[in-house]
Design a protein around this ligand. Sequence first.
Ligand code: DAT
Ligand code: MG
Length: 139
Amino acid sequence: MATNRTFTMIKPDAVQNGHIGNILAMITNGGFKIVSLKLTQLTVADAQEFYAVHAARPFYGELVEFMSRGPIVAAILEKDNAVEDFRTLIGATNPAEAAEGTIRKAYATSIGENAVHGSDSDENAAIEGAFHFAGREQF
Ligand code: DAT
Ligand code: MG
């Protein structure tokens, strides 16, 4: 059964480009409740750990460098069917393939710098949320 929480990051490109407010508005207008929220920055080691599943991919080094180069917004979101519905709201990994109305269509600049993260399973949503937020930071 799908749980009702997912995890997101507004990535360094979107923070740098001034899109935090507009992206949070798209998230809440999409029916998601924010249950944890912070502005933070990943160290290189944090980004390596967060994206360890991609360690063998050719873009891993670039991804780690990008994700640690500036501040991000981390958030846990709540909605029925959160993981799947949030993947729909963010759109395809490659913004050239992202549907109209999605966050990546609006704000991603390339496949590597694509504005937002969304967990791909309930299990990963829980792991990723716990990576960023202590229990007392989850409301
Ligand atoms: P998603 O973020 O849509 O879940 P993913 O899990 O396949 O996509 O990859 C994680 C991130 O890695 C993605 O948001 C951007 C980067 N990435 C993926 N494929 C890439 C590629 N072909 N070239 C460069 N970066 C890529
Ligand atoms: Mg992914």
